[in-house]
Design a protein around this ligand. Structure first.
Ligand SMILES: [Zn+2]
Length: 141
């Protein structure tokens, strides 16, 4: 079963990464079933160029919001301002959400950002394919 994401969310992640460049951005993704349809940009509390940290208070607020909106937590994202869209050893060590997809936005080439998704389960990384759909949720075929 593939994970889908609206085009808007995809663009918003890249926009967020550009906004805080050359520091790392971070945020959460939510939606229904297998479709990511909501984005929640976070403030990177480390304000760093090679790592990020989410404030627990921001996380509590996020989980309250998605519960109120009857959404599921489907993903977490952050950016790599100067490196490829591959999880760093720290990303793997600190992958706290085994049921989520981990998105990395690479701005290594500022002209051509790359977004990749991964699952991280007990230190094992697998690449995930993401299907982009239109705002309407997409149609079969
Ligand atoms: Zn990273």
């Amino acid at each position: 079963m593939n994970l889908c994401m609206t085009q808007d969310i995809h663009e918003s992640m890249i926009r967020h990464a550009r906004e805080v460049y050359p520091r790392e951005c971070c945020g959460m993704l939510a939606g229904e079933d297998r479709l990511i349809s909501a984005i929640f940009p976070f403030v990177n509390r480390l304000d760093s160029e090679n790592s990020f940290w989410m404030d627990p208070a921001d996380l509590i607020l996020f989980f309250k919001k998605i519960r109120a909106g009857k959404l599921h937590h489907l993903g977490i994202y952050h950016s790599h301002p100067a490196t490829r869209a591959c999880p760093s050893p720290r990303d793997i060590r600190e992958a706290f959400y085994p049921d989520c997809s981990h998105f990395i936005v690479s701005l290594e080439n500022l002209e051509a950002p790359v977004v990749q998704a991964f699952r991280v389960l007990e230190g094992e990384v697998t690449t995930e394919e993401i299907i982009l759909v239109g705002q309407g949720g997409g149609r079969p075929g």
